[in-house]
Design a binder for this molecule. Structure first.
Ligand code: TXA
Ligand code: MG
Length: 339
């Protein structure tokens, strides 16, 4: 039932985009690449189609979706926004960021999970943008993984989770960032960061002034469910036991102690730390300071680690700074034990 359309993002074949857009208009599900992760899309104005998104993912009905637009102008039809704020958003889009705003009545309740707000985003990916443009409607899309699994960053992982459940999968090559968009709530006087992502707090503060960064962003306290409905679920979690080692100068010694408890551990280590663990099964996450590279590979690494015969995954964490905040946000959610 699923058709795979291979499209080169740098040389887009319009014919293929038209087929995918036609499917969106007919109420079908289309998986498409964005600059962050792959998205599972449907016509946001078609309740039945949106219902099928929840079904295909196995997603809880209280976790709202993001509405994707090809141009920022078009959000005005669906959300309330004053000119001053609108001018600020224009500085950030297109790009890996999602804005939560008060919705107008034409946004179907199923998209926003019955909330008074809706999340909107203008992706910076030529295939996503053309698809939305040709569809002529906003596209509701969560990440294209089964609920609870890591978001797909390469088409093989989309196929693992979505083949047979959707009409079209667009194979548009690997994504650029590998972490989901930054989500910021703009409905209060001081903007609130709901999910850290590629657009960093320091970028946001340049545009919005002071912003609130709730403690749950660091994954150390319970999520405020009223604010961030999606963040309460265990996420990104490999089926295998996953132990996260927080970054510190003592990390090598801590891991050396920890491996003694297991028969056959898999270590996910920085390039620089590999040399201390000769003879062990190792996946390299990247160079110790190259957070961009670690982020791009993070989710496909977690999937790869889950498929091996090892009895436990022991993974080195990065520092909570810059993009590291987003990496640790995902890793703390993925882990069953944090040391
Ligand atoms: O990068 C991305 O954002 C990807 C690509 C496909 O665009 N999409 C994505 O969607 O990550 P999803 O559904 O996996 O994550 C959306 C997050 C969830 O945590 C959800 O709870 C939150 O945004 N969200 C959506 N609408 C919201 C709302 N009205 N209020 C608060 N949080 C909301
Ligand atoms: Mg998701």
């Amino acid at each position: 039932k699923t058709r795979i359309l291979k499209i080169n993002p740098l040389k887009i074949e319009e014919e293929k985009i038209k087929i995918a857009a036609q499917n969106i208009r007919e109420g079908n599900l289309v998986v498409f690449p964005t600059e962050t992760v792959y998205g599972l899309g449907a016509n946001a104005l078609d309740e039945k189609a949106v219902k099928n998104i929840y079904k295909a993912k196995g997603r809880p009905g209280d976790n709202p979706l993001i509405m994707h637009f090809d141009k920022i102008e078009n959000i005005k039809e669906y959300v309330y926004i004053d000119e001053k704020l609108y001018e600020k958003l224009k500085l950030l889009v297109p790009g890996p960021i999602t804005f939560v705003l008060n919705k107008r009545s034409n946004v179907p309740d199923i998209v926003s999970a019955n909330r008074p707000t809706v999340a909107v985003r203008v992706p910076a990916h030529p295939i996503a943008n053309k698809l939305i443009e040709y569809s002529g409607v906003p596209i509701a899309a969560p990440s294209a993984n089964l609920s609870g699994r890591p978001s797909p960053t390469i088409v093989e992982h989309v196929i693992e989770d979505m083949f047979g459940k959707v009409e079209i999968i667009i194979d548009g090559e690997d994504v650029d960032f590998g972490l989901e968009s930054t989500v910021i709530d703009l409905t209060e006087d001081i903007p609130v960061l709901l999910r850290p992502g590629p657009i960093l707090p320091e970028n946001l503060e340049k545009i919005f002034g002071k912003i609130k960064i709730p403690e749950f962003i660091y994954g150390k306290v319970k999520v405020d469910e009223a604010k961030a409905p999606g963040m309460k679920y265990r996420h990104y979690a490999p089926d295998k036991k996953t132990i996260l080692i927080e970054f510190s100068d003592k990390r090598i010694d801590i891991i050396k102690e920890k491996v003694k408890d297991y028969k056959n551990p898999l270590l996910v280590l920085f390039e620089e730390d590999k040399k201390y663990f000769e003879g062990y099964d190792i996946i390299v996450s990247g160079k110790i300071n190259d957070y961009y590279n670690i982020a791009v590979n993070l989710f496909s690494m977690l999937r790869k680690a889950d498929k091996t015969k090892n009895d436990v995954i022991i993974i080195e964490g990065v520092e909570d700074k810059g993009l590291g905040i987003s990496i640790m946000n995902r890793l703390r959610k993925a882990s069953s034990e944090i040391i």
